[in-house]
Ligand binder design. Structure first.
Ligand code: GLY
Length: 355
């Protein structure tokens, strides 16, 4: 990583390696990347106005995307693939996603499936997508039964984290991105809160790149990136996505600290550090009032990390974070009951879809 305002981090995956460029104005690199891919056509799926992106120098179909969890589903993927086909896109061409994590996830999955794999370049425009979602090749969509339950690994050709896109983010969306930065504190990148924004993004991307290079397909080490996510994903689903991803991961991180403390894996001071780090970013640290604990437990048992529906968490410990399966339900219930409640984020949980 260089020390200038623009950073480049490489995700080292042999012949599928790719650069992540971070800094103001890096979207200007897009036409060169399209030319380097040898594409004759491009489809741009963008949640931002077309005028914000440079002309690509090849025949281009521009499609509008709507960021948001409600449009992150298989129907959206099918709709995109149909548009690609009608445009005559081939797998020597390129798909470009421009938007938040829901856009990069959905468009990434469409690119992974179309012609069994078409090159994709991501231009994440939210902080959350720049620090995490667009990096590492996980693509996916939600089912009514849970979040990100259908997906594919499909590495992009490049990721352009243009920090100019962040200037207009609403405050809640910016804080949402901090959720993934706060969890970095416990998985190998402490002290990010004090850094300038570009450097925060670059450090988070570098951490993720080093993990993905060693465990692309989530066989072990990559689980650490899901710190705080077992409860986080359940909270998102149980609140019908009223709680944003980063907010939910923040609460999940506080909870993971409490659970690790209750299991004797970390001392009380480290449990408090979880709460303090999350709070220092202005993120929520309490459960939304009204969220139903049975619902949370049902969704946590459907988590992708869970083996045989055992309650499974990534938890801090003497040797660092590790996947801990089979956490007793009574303990999880007791810690949920002991969490503070946030009356300002009160929700009623919709019913869990039946098996
Ligand atoms: N967001 C977690 C991962 O990419 O593995």
């Amino acid at each position: 990583m260089s020390e200038t305002a623009a950073f480049r981090v490489d995700v080292d995956l042999g012949e599928r390696s790719y650069p992540v460029h971070i800094g103001p104005g890096v979207r200007a690199l897009l036409p060169g990347l399209v030319a380097a891919a040898g594409a004759e056509r491009a489809v741009v799926v963008s949640a931002r106005p077309r005028g914000l992106l440079p002309a690509l120098g090849v025949e281009t179909l521009w499609l509008a995307a709507a960021d948001g969890e409600t449009g992150k589903n298989l129907a959206a993927v099918a709709g995109l693939c149909e548009r690609f086909a009608r445009f005559g896109l081939t797998r020597s061409d390129v798909v470009i996603s421009c938007g938040g994590g829901t856009t990069t996830d959905t468009v990434g999955l469409a690119a992974a499936l179309y012609h069994r794999g078409t090159p994709v370049i991501h231009l994440p425009t939210s902080l959350l997508a720049q620090v995490d979602a667009s990096i590492g090749g996980k693509t996916g969509v939600n089912l009514p039964e849970g979040k990100n339950l259908v997906g594919a690994y499909w590495q992009p050709r490049a990721v352009l984290c243009d920090t100019e896109f962040l200037a207009t983010l609403p405050p809640r969306e910016r804080v949402n991105g901090y959720g993934e930065l706060a969890r970095c504190h416990f998985i190998g990148a402490p002290g990010l809160a004090a850094l300038p924004l570009e450097r925060q993004i670059a450090r988070s991307v570098a951490l993720k790149a080093s993990v993905v290079a060693r465990d692309e397909r989530d066989q072990g080490l990559r689980h650490v990136l899901n710190y705080g996510h077992t409860l986080g994903h359940a909270l998102e689903r149980a609140t019908d996505y009223a709680l944003r991803h980063g907010e939910a991961v923040a609460v999940g991180t506080v909870f993971a600290g409490r659970l690790a403390g209750a299991l004797g894996r970390i001392p009380p001071a480290r449990v408090r550090e979880h709460r303090d780090v999350v709070a220092s970013y202005g993120l929520p640290t309490a459960l939304p009032a009204g969220v139903d604990h049975d619902t949370l437990i049902a969704y946590m048992r459907r988590d992708k990390k869970a083996e045989g529906h055992a309650l499974t968490f990534v938890l801090d410990g003497p040797g660092g974070p590790a996947l801990v399966a089979g956490v007793p339900e009574e303990l999880v219930r007791a810690e949920l009951a002991a969490m503070p409640r946030d009356g300002a984020r009160a929700v009623a949980s919709p019913p869990v879809p039946a098996p």
